[in-house]
Design a protein around this ligand. Structure first.
Ligand SMILES: NC(=O)c1ccc[n+]([C@@H]2O[C@H](COP(=O)([O-])OP(=O)(O)OC[C@H]3O[C@@H](n4cnc5c(N)ncnc54)[C@H](OP(=O)(O)O)[C@@H]3O)[C@@H](O)[C@H]2O)c1
Length: 286
C-alpha cells in the first residue's frame, strides 16, 4: 500500500472486510469494492490466504481473527491512524458447524458462536464509536437464507445466523440514532470454500452414537450449499456491493441460488415445511 494522501482519503471510501481468504465471498467482495474505487482493508486469519491482494495498492491486507479482541483493536487503530476513517464494515467471516444437536460437542458450538455472533459484535463495538463521531458509516452483516428454512444437521450454524439476523435488526434501529446504516446481506447458495472448510471441521467431530446410521447424510450437509447451480462468487459480490454502495441501501438484501425459494418457504405452515425438508433430506428412521 502506497502512502495515503489527504485528498485521496476524502474521496475514497474505506471498507473493512473480514474473512477474505481467496475463493470465498469475502475475497470477492473485497475485489468488487476495490473495483468500485474503494480502499479495502482485507482481513483474514492468515496473510497466506490473501497473497494475491498483497501487492495491489487498492488493498491494505491485515491478519485479523474475529475471535481476538487484541487483533480487532490492533487492526482498527492501525487503519484509523493510516486512513483516518472506516466508512463500511463488512462482517463476512463465518464458519459452518455440522452435526446432530443431541451429540455435537459444546466446544464446537461455542467456537461457532464465537466466530459467527460474538465476532461481528466485537467488530461492531470497536468501530461504532468512530462511526458515531462522524455520524456516518455502514455496517454489513452477512447472514444466511438457512435461517428461513432450518434443516437437519446444521442447527448450530443456523442458530448463529438467526442470532446475527436478530442482532442486525436491533442494531439497525439503535445505530440509526447515531447516523449509521445497518444492512443484512443474506446469501443463498454461493460458491466458496465453505463446503471444504465445513467438511474439514466435520472430520474432527467424534463418532456419532445415536446418529451413526445417518453419518453419510450428515457429512453431505457440510457441502450442501456447493452445488452446480450455486451462484458464482463474483456475481454475488457484484450485486451485493452495488447494493451496499447505494446512498440509501436497503435494510435487507438477499441474493443467490435458493434465496427466492427460501423466502417463499419461510411463510409456509410448519407441517408443510417439515414435510418438504424430510423429503429433500431423506429423513426416514433407520
Ligand atoms: N457460501 C454460501 O453458500 C453461504 C451461504 C450463506 C451464508 N454464507 C456466509 O457467507 C460468509 C462467507 O462465507 P463463504 O461462503 O465465503 O465461506 P468461506 O469460503 O469458508 O470463507 C469464510 C471466511 O471466514 C474466515 N474465518 C473463519 N473463521 C474466522 C475467524 N475466527 N476470524 C477471521 N476469519 C475467519 C475464513 O478464514 P480461513 O480461510 O482462515 O478459514 C474465510 O476467510 C459466512 O459468514 C457464511 O456463513 C455463505
Amino acid at each position: 500500500m502506497e502512502s495515503y494522501g489527504q485528498e485521496q482519503q476524502q474521496q475514497e471510501q474505506v471498507v473493512l472486510v473480514t474473512g477474505c481468504s481467496q475463493g470465498g465471498i469475502g475475497h470477492a467482495l473485497a475485489k468488487e469494492f476495490a473495483a468500485n474505487k474503494c480502499l479495502v482493508v482485507a482481513t483474514s486469519r492468515s496473510l497466506n490466504s490473501m497473497r494475491d491482494l498483497e501487492h495491489d495498492h487498492r488493498f491494505y491486507v491485515q491478519e485479523l481473527d474475529v475471535q481476538s479482541d487484541e487483533d480487532v483493536q490492533h487492526v482498527l487503530s492501525t487503519v484509523l491512524e493510516k486512513f483516518g476513517k472506516v466508512d463500511i464494515l463488512v462482517n463476512n467471516a463465518g464458519v459452518q458447524c455440522v452435526g446432530p444437536l443431541a451429540e455435537i460437542p459444546l466446544s464446537a458450538v461455542q467456537d461457532t458462536f464465537n466466530t459467527n455472533v460474538y465476532g461481528p459484535l466485537r467488530l461492531i463495538q470497536a468501530v461504532v464509536p468512530h462511526m458515531a463521531s462522524r455520524r456516518k458509516g455502514k455496517i454489513v452483516n452477512v447472514g444466511s437464507v438457512t435461517v428461513a428454512i432450518p434443516t437437519p444437521w446444521s442447527g448450530v450454524y443456523t442458530s448463529t445466523k438467526a442470532a446475527l439476523h436478530t442482532l442486525t435488526d436491533t442494531l439497525r434501529l439503535e445505530l440509526k440514532l447515531l447516523g449509521i446504516d445497518v444492512i443484512n446481506v443474506v446469501p443463498g447458495a454461493v460458491r466458496s470454500n465453505i463446503g471444504n472448510s465445513a467438511t474439514a471441521s466435520y472430520d474432527r467431530m467424534p463418532e456419532w452414537k445415536l446418529y451413526k446410521p445417518f453419518e453419510a447424510a450428515i457429512r453431505q450437509r457440510a457441502s450442501f450449499s456447493q452445488q452446480s447451480k450455486s451462484t458464482p462468487t463474483e456475481e454475488f459480490a457484484r450485486k451485493t456491493v452495488a447494493t451496499v454502495l447505494k446512498k440509501h441501501p436497503p435494510a435487507w438484501f438477499s441474493y443467490g441460488y435458493f434465496s427466492t425459494l427460501a423466502s417463499i418457504m419461510h411463510h409456509l405452515p410448519l407441517f408443510v415445511k417439515d414435510f418438504m425438508i424430510r423429503r429433500v433430506f431423506k429423513l426416514n428412521s433407520k
